[in-house]
Design a protein around this ligand. Structure first.
Ligand code: URA
Length: 248
């Protein structure tokens, strides 16, 4: 159960305005707590137990939000950037007050599944190198991809900085490529998250990733109905699956 907090803090967290805006709003007589009109925006409330209404509507309080984005290319996985647009800039206004951040990074040109949340504990667990959370990518590759690559990835390959990767699972969807821009298509599941890992793994076997999209992370799969650049909240089941996964 949430602790008691100032009314204006609760409402600010949900995006109803700044502290000073809320002072005016509450003074104007549109806010009730347990059906009693209140005028003091600093009053203490329990946002989970008390029934708070603003202009006749009951507020739905929650501390954490969990969002799935289908990241488009051309935006960076950060909360702020001096040059580029960030994934946070793409979020609908309703999610802005929650101060979410991306759980891990996708390269600027990579698309697909990105989890954003303000639940630091869940994010920390998902990103912990000790947890070996699996991430599956779909990629198009310039070069022929074959059994030798599958074996090499299973055994671990050595990246340009000398790091040897943990076993990864390569599924070849379409092996061949030719000079006419027909690329090989694969799915690769890795259990770590080194910088540019998928691209560098293919470089280590002499091939180039020309398109990269993340399709799953742990138990969470990219919703195929979610258009590029769009975000939706996780379902209760998806949140539960992530929390359970974290406790393994
Ligand atoms: N591997 C990469 O090379 N890039 C990504 O964005 C994610 C994994």
């Amino acid at each position: 159960m949430a602790a008691k907090q100032r009314l204006d803090k609760v409402l600010a967290h949900l995006g109803y305005g700044t502290r000073s805006e809320l002072k005016k709003l509450v003074k104007s007589g549109v806010v009730t707590v347990n059906d009693v009109l209140v005028k003091d925006s600093g009053m203490q409330v329990n946002p989970e137990a008390d029934r708070i209404m603003v202009a006749g509507e009951v507020i739905v309080y929650r501390e954490f939000v969990y969002l799935m984005m289908n990241k488009p290319p051309g935006v960076v996985s950060a909360t702020e950037d001096r040059r580029d647009r960030t994934v946070v800039d793409l979020l609908p206004q309703a999610f802005q007050p929650f101060d979410v951040f991306p759980v891990g990074r996708l390269d600027k040109d990579t698309e697909g599944l990105l989890l954003l949340t303000n639940d630091g504990k869940l994010a920390h667990n998902l990103l912990s190198p000790r947890k070996h959370v699996s991430k599956t990518y779909f990629a198009k590759i310039d070069g022929d991809v074959g059994e030798a690559d599958r074996v090499a990835f299973t055994e671990g390959v050595t990246l340009d900085d000398g790091y040897k990767t943990l076993p990864a699972e390569l599924q070849i969807i379409q092996p061949g490529s030719n000079a006419n821009g027909v690329y090989a298509e694969i799915e690769l599941t890795i259990v770590e998250g080194k910088f540019h890992q998928v691209k560098r793994m293919f470089e280590s076997v002499g091939k180039k990733v020309v398109y990269l999209k993340r399709i799953s992370m742990g138990p969470l799969a990219l919703d195929p109905a979610l258009p590029l650049g769009k975000t939706r909240e996780l379902t209760d089941q998806e949140i539960l699956d992530l929390q359970r996964h974290n406790h393994i």
